[in-house]
Design a protein around this ligand. Structure first.
Ligand SMILES: Cc1cc2nc3c(=O)[nH]c(=O)nc-3n(C[C@H](O)[C@H](O)[C@H](O)COP(=O)(O)OP(=O)(O)OC[C@H]3O[C@@H](n4cnc5c(N)ncnc54)[C@H](O)[C@@H]3O)c2cc1C
Length: 474
């Protein structure tokens, strides 16, 4: 069934939506710690309490419980990307196998192994510290949209086979048993070391662990300036100062406010909507008994998953605001989400008319690498670790570990590898960045329906080093 009068129906469906992340809209949210209002000293200062910052603090304390570790966070833990993702978990630390192959064909075996070690360590830590975060090891399912999506999943399957992933190709009939949508024509279900999590509960759990290990956390304490003194670094906040031996900048897309980091990192937005909980009949109509995290093969990909109370989270509509604006008011109204809701109804017509409880956007630190990189400042005593390009829920644990090793001058295998010692490409400055992003996002939004110049444009953007789709465009 094709939904008639899409935008009106979508508007109605969002009428009572809260423009706020579903994950953060919870009584589990911890009270914030006091902000810094004095001058302090520490050995390691971490800036940012998202996944990267929190994992880095925990790794540092696990390695050396005596190490004096401080985190300063501009707002509260998890308020950035970490409290906003779909939170589909993946093994790859390089934004997927095909991206790893594109970037580091010579290192791919090692990167695959590191990814497996990382997600096993992620699982172990959650168990060890008893973090209650609705973790479900349900796997990742890539669904082909139409016949034209099938070559994409066949290609992905070959890669999975070659690198020893347990992944099963599903025909259209087999896929129907997993998830029912008239758009899907086949699927690829990667069954091990992937699934879904509640990201805010995970971040708040990591925050609790960091505090219990003795990390000092100052929330509502933004870094506003930093400088190198003779033997240390000094970071200024609105009402305090921190003198530290080493600084890890775990500020992800927000770092695009810093002129040097901005050259290689663009702060893109991605948008998500979440339905009201589905009742039994609605659940029955779509199947999805195995609750996999799902990506589709549309040019502007959509991703989807269930929450623990059986809402559908449906995401994937990129946006960019001038000068890397990470918190634009423009995303706090229904119009920004109408195309996403219309896509949702096309995907699940049996749920036509279902209402949406939440809609939000979040910042993605996009680079030409599409995966974490490390920038060195102050003679290596300050390291920026970020740029996961929308694929960092598990990779941020890896980014934190490698960033810390580089900061501490450790001779680990990861710290010596090519990815640790090279940088992604430059991204054009404003106004070219804004113009390019606007055209690209329009092309991504409309390529599947309208084709034409849009495919040519996207190919050109990909040739410039931005693999904005995982697809082979016609
Ligand atoms: C809509 C969306 C969907 C996503 N879906 C997925 C997914 O399904 N799977 C997946 O693997 N990844 C996904 N991601 C990506 C993932 O969420 C991120 O890669 C990950 O959360 C990055 O963590 P981080 O700690 O590096 O950054 P963040 O969580 O953004 O943390 C950075 C922190 O730094 C703080 N900060 C910024 N500036 C300052 C300052 N000057 N002083 C002090 N603190 C500062 C911020 O307030 C913030 O808390 C998604 C992201 C988005 C936005």
């Amino acid at each position: 069934m094709i939904v008639q009068n899409g935008p009106d129906q979508a508007k109605e469906a969002l009428k009572h939506a809260r423009f706020f992340p579903f994950w953060l809209d919870s009584t589990d949210s911890p009270p914030s710690t006091p902000s810094l209002d004095t001058e302090i000293q520490c050995e390691l200062l971490i800036v940012g309490a998202g996944f990267t910052g929190l994992w880095a603090a925990i790794h540092a304390k696990e390695e050396n419980p005596e190490r004096d570790v401080v985190i300063i966070e501009a707002k509260t833990a998890a308020v950035g990307a970490s409290g906003r993702p779909a939170a589909i978990l993946s093994t790859s630390v390089m934004h997927g196998l095909s991206n790893a192959k594109r970037l580091y064909p010579e290192d791919i075996d090692r990167l695959e192994l590191l990814g497996k070690e990382n997600i096993d360590g992620f699982k172990r830590a959650i168990e060890q510290y008893r973090i209650d975060c609705d973790l479900e090891w349900t796997g990742e399912l890539t669904v082909a949209v139409g016949e034209q999506g099938l070559p994409d999943i066949l290609r992905e399957h070959q890669l999975y086979e070659r690198y020893g992933h347990q992944a099963e190709l599903l025909s259209s009939e087999e896929l129907e048993k997993e998830i029912r949508s008239p758009l899907f024509s086949g699927g690829l279900w990667s069954k091990k070391r992937s699934g879904i999590v509640n990201p805010a509960k995970l971040a708040w759990g990591l925050r609790r662990v960091a505090l219990s290990l003795g990390v000092r956390l100052y929330e509502n304490t933004p870094l506003i300036a930093s400088k190198r003194l003779a033997k240390c670094l000094q970071v200024t906040t609105p009402t305090g100062k921190v003198t530290a031996t080493k600084v890890l900048l775990a500020t992800n897309a927000f770092a695009a406010g810093h002129s040097r980091i901005r050259r290689r990192v663009a702060a893109i937005r991605d948008r998500i909507v979440v339905t009201e909980p589905l009742n039994e009949t609605q659940m029955e109509s779509i199947g999805w008994k195995h609750r996999q995290g799902i990506y589709d093969t549309r040019t502007q990909l959509n991703y989807m998953r269930l929450t623990s109370d059986n809402r559908i989270l449906f995401g994937g509509r990129l946006g960019y605001f001038f000068n890397n604006n990470t918190d634009p008011d423009q995303d706090k109204h229904a119009d920004a989400y109408l195309p996403l809701v219309e896509n949702f109804y096309r995907t699940f017509p049996t749920l036509s008319g279902i209402k949406f409880s939440h809609a939000w956007s979040g910042p993605i630190g996009l680079t030409t690498r599409m995966a974490v990189h490390f920038q060195r400042y102050h003679f290596g005593n300050t390291i920026y670790a970020g740029g996961y390009s929308g694929f960092g829920v598990t990779a941020s644990r890896f980014g934190a570990k490698v960033g810390l090793a580089i900061l501490d001058g450790k001779d680990t295998e990861e710290a010596k590898m090519h990815f640790s010692n090279s940088l992604p490409g430059y991204i054009p400055p404003e106004p070219f960045r804004w113009i390019g992003a606007k055209i690209t996002m329009y092309a991504l939004d409309t390529a599947d329906e309208k084709g034409g110049w849009r495919h040519w444009w996207i190919k050109m953007v990909e040739k410039m080093g931005f693999p904005v789709t995982q697809n082979e465009l016609g």
